[in-house]
Design a protein around this ligand. Structure first.
Ligand code: ADP
Ligand code: ASP
Ligand code: MG
Length: 406
């Protein structure tokens, strides 16, 4: 008992019947003696529709207006849930990001939360209200509406849990927990009953959609226990929490994939100090995140640079890189958006050798060519052709002993 946050994703609020189901779950938590803050996403598919509309209006929509538009899906669901709760006899109030003041930076489409004013919510909680908050959105210091990046409602929920010192944050979704890999593409995926913040963070950053990476960062920073559970079946779910002694230290505990990848190669770049800085600084200035980078000598005095960015930002990145390439005297810029990143994650990697070699051998046995590699203490990622994504996931899942026992 105490303050808890519930977050429901798009499929959980896809129509009025489903929102009624959410209301029932929220009321149960309230009746159990909790104060409840509910964070909602837009109805399934709505944010995609709004994005399509924006691109029908302009091939290069202004960031401020884009965020203002794509944040509206959440306004619909929070008002509906609030009406339903009210009709069922409960005191409730819905809030949009700016009404609370979920303050963010000005990075439209991918803003970061800087601060949350808690007063309005605390006042309502004191009156016994169920609080319903629009996920995915905030406001900058000049009152412009911002959004937190696709899947960002998870981050709204954990940030609110941290700011209001909730006991726990429950992420209700269309799967009954965090699995060893996406159960949507690998039927042998296994549910994990517990996972550490660090492993979950790497899985999320490597593309596991089930939690927004920033939500896991915040949960780790503020020590918020996060439960990932199914909205539709009453099941134990997965607890995301600080690593503890009885967590299995598997060599590999999960496989993630990310199809939102594009590769840029700048070839025959004069090899001298400052070249990498001149290529990557203009991208950073536009908030374009560069993921993997490799550099290799092409011929005497020249080098080739290859790196990956999000597919969503490839047009803008290509334009910037082409301008820079001309300026630094590079020969050519090539773009490939038919690639994907496949990663294996596990804290046990720290103390085991040969994990990378085993991964490369497994991929090569299937004839899958590795274009780029990057490693961290607990993750190894490879860029491959996107058409091999499912195959690579299944092969790695089996190779590292993650398959569900028959
Ligand atoms: P919501 O709309 O509720 O936020 P998402 O679609 O964002 O739901 O995230 C849930 C989806 O994440 C699942 O349907 C599943 O296909 C996908 N997913 C990817 N990797 C994993 C994983 N390792 N464990 C569980 N689900 C995963
Ligand atoms: N509605 C937003 C999206 O589709 C945010 C979310 O669902 O978390 O990305
Ligand atoms: Mg999501």
């Amino acid at each position: 008992m105490g303050l808890i946050v519930h977050k429901y994703g798009g499929t959980s609020v896809a129509d009025i019947e489903k929102i009624r189901n959410v209301a029932t779950k929220v009321i149960k938590a309230k009746k159990d003696g909790n104060d409840v803050i509910v964070v909602l996403s837009a109805m399934a598919g709505e944010t995609d529709k709004l994005i399509q509309l924006a691109f029908q209006a302009s091939d290069d929509p202004v960031g401020r207006e884009y965020d203002s538009l794509i944040s509206t899906g959440e306004q619909v669901t929070v008002s509906l849930l609030s009406m339903i709760l009210n009709k069922m006899g409960y005191r409730t109030k819905s809030f949009l990001g700016y009404q609370i003041r979920i303050l963010t930076d000005k990075n439209y489409k991918n803003a970061r939360i800087l601060d949350i004013e808690t007063k309005a919510i605390e006042n309502e909680l004191q009156k016994g209200s169920i609080i319903v908050v629009a996920g995915f959105q905030g406001v900058d210091e000049d009152n412009n509406i911002t959004t937190l990046g696709r899947g960002g409602s998870d981050t709204s929920a954990v940030a609110l849990a941290a700011a209001l010192k909730a006991h726990a944050c429950y992420i209700y979704t269309d799967v009954n927990g965090v699995y060893t890999t996406d159960p949507g593409i690998c039927e042998k995926a296994r549910r994990l009953s517990k996972i550490s913040y660090d492993e979950m963070l790497e899985m999320a950053r490597a593309g596991a959609k089930v939690l927004h990476p920033r939500s896991v960062e915040l949960a780790k920073k503020y020590g918020v226990p996060v439960y990932v559970k199914s909205t539709f079946i009453d099941d134990e779910g997965t607890l995301v929490v600080k690593e503890d002694k009885d967590m299995e230290k598997e060599v590999v505990s999960g496989v993630s994939y990310d199809r939102d990848q594009a590769k840029i190669t700048v070839s025959h770049v004069p090899d001298k100090p400052g070249i990498a800085a001149s290529l990557f600084t203009p991208l950073a200035q536009k908030n374009i995140v560069v993921d993997m980078i490799i550099q290799n000598a092409s011929s005497e005095g020249y080098t080739d640079l290859t790196f990956t960015v999000s597919k969503k930002e490839i047009k803008e990145a290509q334009q910037i890189v082409e301008e820079t390439a001309q300026y630094i005297g590079a020969a050519k810029v090539e773009v490939d958006d038919t690639v994907a990143k496949i990663s294996i994650i596990g804290v046990g990697m720290i103390s085991h050798s040969g994990v990378a070699a085993k991964m490369f051998a497994a991929l090569s046995n299937e004839g899958i060519n590795i274009m780029m590699i990057s490693t961290s203490e607990i993750k190894i990622s490879c860029v491959i052709k996107a058409k091999y994504t499912e195959l690579a996931v299944m092969v790695l899942h089996e190779t590292f002993g993650l398959d569900q026992k028959a």
